[in-house]
Design a protein around this ligand. Structure first.
Ligand SMILES: Nc1ncnc2c1ncn2[C@@H]1O[C@H](COP(=O)(O)OP(=O)(O)OP(=O)(O)O)[C@@H](O)[C@H]1O
Ligand SMILES: [Mg+2]
Length: 463
């Protein structure tokens, strides 16, 4: 944990420190340069004004006056004739002799800088030419000690400001990297808890940035895992219950057939029950197997063009006897020419399940309608019964595995509650949808929507 905050802090610090140092360096040298330039300009201006005075009154008194003025200031003057012989000076001339000797004699009226290297030299210097009858030069000097003192003061200010800036940078970086790493540590602890199987984590909301999103995703993952674990244990409980019920019947009736003296009629009756329950068990295992394949994504849908009118007619023929037996009617409406791309075995399974429900949950004397029509390039297969209907509070759960409206399961009434769950998965696997509406006491209507309705079989195979 500490490693990340230290790494982040160090990287931030190095970047900001580097920026600060280069900015300070740039500012410092710009300030020093401009300060020295100001000094040189002032020195030059002072030399020019002495020169102007000497051009007007070139006599010994003026010369002495100029030298006297400079001996009182922190600058100095040396006045020479045109051959660089010293006429008057405010400082010992030998200390500045080399600057006078080395300077050029071809000087413009506004003067030139003779020496500007304040770092290595004892003086900075300028010269202004005296023109006219008494030609000569006015050399101005300024001791660089004063410039050094000035720069030292500037350096001190820079050092104090620099130290404050670095301290502030470090403080800000510590606060920022801690703020960044703290939620990460919480998430790390949460994921460690999840990986140990404890899904009861609660992460604080940290806003809408990337960290907040990550925190939300981890929370969602924990909630989902929690839900899945509960669902799995519910599912296992349901499976064992569903398997145990028919097995109890089978064992019970088998014992009776074995141990009692029964009339042939009774014996046949009990053996029929055993056969029925065995079939129910085998259906249940098939359903579970289908669902396991769907969950595993190893479930393959083999779509092919289905001639719907023909397909529906065959289903009608197979199921009509069962409806007649219960004194119910199955009415079919289907266009004469209509094709759809679907897996025929699965579509048959879907329709059987839904028609089986209509048959099981309706009273004799009622009727069930199966209507096929096209809407917006989609095929709709609608199954509408006039049975007992489903209470509104059960509607949201009907497609859950093992969900039944009547919780008590008797041998005579109802199946295992797997039918609609499988139907929904199969339709979803086809890329279609199913919707259910029901009115208590009036009946139930299911609407299956499958994509890609066409009137011509060739269009379907090509499409
Ligand atoms: N057409 C319908 N009319 C009234 N109730 C229905 C209808 N279809 C389904 N139900 C209710 O919804 C529940 C779930 O139906 P589903 O088909 O999933 O299971 P099942 O019929 O009980 O068992 P299975 O289909 O696995 O044999 C049923 O138990 C029943 O109570
Ligand atoms: Mg059913």
């Amino acid at each position: 944990m500490k490693k990340l905050s230290i790494k982040l802090g160090l990287v931030f610090f190095l970047i900001i420190f580097g920026l600060e140092v280069s900015m300070f360096f740039f500012l410092h040298s710009a300030l020093v340069d401009s300060r020295v330039e100001e000094e040189l300009i002032a020195l030059q201006a002072r030399g020019n004004s002495h020169r102007d005075i000497l051009e007007k009154n070139f006599d010994q008194m003026t010369l002495s006056h100029v030298a006297l003025m400079e001996s009182e200031a922190n600058t100095d003057v040396v006045v020479t004739d045109k051959n660089k012989n010293v006429l008057d000076t405010s400082l010992p001339p030998q200390s500045v002799e080399k600057y006078i000797k080395e300077s050029s004699t071809d000087i413009p009226r506004e003067g030139i800088i003779v020496e500007e290297h304040w770092k290595d030299e004892a003086y900075i210097a300028t010269v202004s030419p005296i023109q006219g009858q008494h030609a000569g030069y006015v050399y101005m000097f300024q001791n660089t000690d004063s410039i050094h003192a000035l720069i030292d003061r500037l350096n001190k200010h820079f050092l104090i400001t620099g130290l404050i800036a670095v301290a502030l940078t470090i403080a800000i970086i510590i606060i920022l990297s801690k703020g960044l790493v703290k939620p990460l540590n919480k998430m790390k602890a949460a994921t460690a808890k999840i990986s140990k199987g404890d899904f009861s984590v609660t992460l604080p909301k940290t806003g809408n940035d990337e960290l907040g999103e990550l925190s939300k995703s981890i929370q969602l993952l924990a909630n989902d895992l929690n839900y899945l674990r509960k669902e799995r244990s519910d599912f296992l409980a349901s499976i064992s219950h569903e398997l145990r019920t028919p097995l109890t019947y089978i064992k019970g009736y088998a014992d009776i057939v074995q141990n009692r003296n029964l009339t042939p009629g009774e014996r046949r009756n009990y053996l029929n029950i055993i056969t029925e329950e065995t079939k129910r068990l085998s259906d249940l295992v098939t359903d579970l197997f289908d669902l396991a394949k769907i969950d595993n994504n190893s479930f393959v849908i083999h779509k092919e063009p289905i001639d719907l009118p023909d397909f529906i007619r065959r289903i009608e023929q197979k199921l009509t006897p069962a409806f007649q037996e219960k004194k119910m009617k199955l009415i079919v409406h289907c266009p004469t020419k209509l094709y759809v791309l679907a897996d025929p075995a699965r579509l048959e399974q879907i329709l059987y399940n839904l028609l089986d429900n209509a048959l099981k949950y309706s009273k004799s004397g009622t009727f069930t309608e199966l209507t096929v029509h096209i809407n917006d390039q989609d095929v709709h297969i609608i199954i509408k019964d006039t049975g007992k209907g489903i209470p509104a509070e059960d509607l949201p759960h009907l497609f859950n595995r093992f969900y039944r409206v009547e919780k008590s399961r008797t041998r005579a009434s109802g199946g295992s509650g797997m039918g609609l769950a499988i139907v929904k998965e199969l339709i979803t696997a086809h890329g279609g949808t199913i919707t259910l509406e029901s009115d208590m006491g009036k009946g139930t209507q299911l609407d299956i929507r499958l994509e890609g309705a066409l009137l011509n079989e060739d269009d379907l195979t090509r499409g």
